[in-house]
Design a protein around this ligand. Structure first.
Ligand code: T5A
Length: 227
């Protein structure tokens, strides 16, 4: 795969969507990135998310996050629905984009399943690893930006924004276990996952991310860059 997959992860309300949009805008102005695009090395930047990055995924997202129209969702059903969303997302969006050399900026990916269904719901981590492997066909992120925020602070932000979805409504203990899941993942995958302090201002966090991505641009495409 020639393209790059950059993933934003974190607890509810950590600021992933906000920062993903900032990075997208910044890439459109960065001279190095523009230079690479003009050389035809990076045809497109795709902004997407899980769940819900495809038409089928949008239907799955509304089943997963909507209100209890069908009664309670069993934990393994929830896991399989996230896996189905991901398999479709890989086949329809991520794999073709990476094969073309494009960048994919993705709001959540495999680590969310480990943190939420593994640490949060207590499902088998090895089962999750197997399902993630089936869904992704082994495609890992090139860089995962973990926006590290206290779970309670994130939930307060989500609450201030409006009504909470089905998963946001889970107990505080559940969300604290999710946070511990992200901490364990970051400790175990230090090259792939970079921890970003998400307590600061939107601008300070955006600057931190830009510095990191600028450095990666040089690592990934150094010999093609003029600067
Ligand atoms: N899920 C997902 C699983 O359980 N398993 C899986 O495998 C996958 C893929 C997805 C849900 O599905 C679960 C996890 C989730 O529960 P979602 O709507 O995509 O649902 O949920 P989130 O990804 O959590 O999206 P949120 O919008 O809730 O959080 P974000 O994107 O992290 O935060 P953002 O940027 O929308 O900001 C939230 C609020 O905080 C403010 C923003 O203005 C906004 O109001 N904010 C800040 N405030 C102060 N300081 C800052 N630095 C701020 N940054 C943003």
């Amino acid at each position: 795969m020639n393209g790059k997959l950059i993933v934003f992860e974190g607890v509810e309300g950590a600021g992933k969507t906000t920062q993903l949009n900032h990075l997208h805008q910044w890439l459109q102005q960065d001279p190095d990135f523009q230079d690479l695009q003009q050389q035809g090395l990076i045809p497109e930047v795709i902004v997407t998310r899980e769940p819900g990055g495809t038409p089928l995924g949008k239907a799955l997202r509304s089943l997963l996050l909507g209100q209890a129209e069908y009664g309670a969702i069993a934990d393994h059903t929830e896991l399989l629905l996230y896996a189905a969303d991901r398999a479709q997302h890989l086949a329809e969006v991520i794999r073709p984009a990476l094969a073309a050399g494009s960048w994919v900026l993705c709001d959540r990916y495999v680590d969310s399943t480990v943190a939420y269904q593994g640490y949060g719901r207590g499902l088998s981590l090895s089962l999750i690893e197997t399902l993630n492997h089936i869904a992704t066909q082994g495609i890992a992120s090139d860089l995962t930006l973990w926006l590290k925020l206290n779970a309670d602070t994130g939930l307060t932000r989500s609450r201030q924004r409006g009504t909470l979805d089905r998963i946001e409504q889970a107990t505080h203990d559940f969300h604290r276990r999710v946070q511990r899941g992200f901490e364990s993942l970051a400790a175990a995958h230090q090259h792939r996952i970079v921890s970003i302090n998400a307590e600061g201002s939107v601008d300070a966090i955006a600057q931190h991310i830009q510095t990191l991505v600028k450095r990666r641009l040089k690592t990934w495409y150094g010999h093609h860059l003029k600067t």
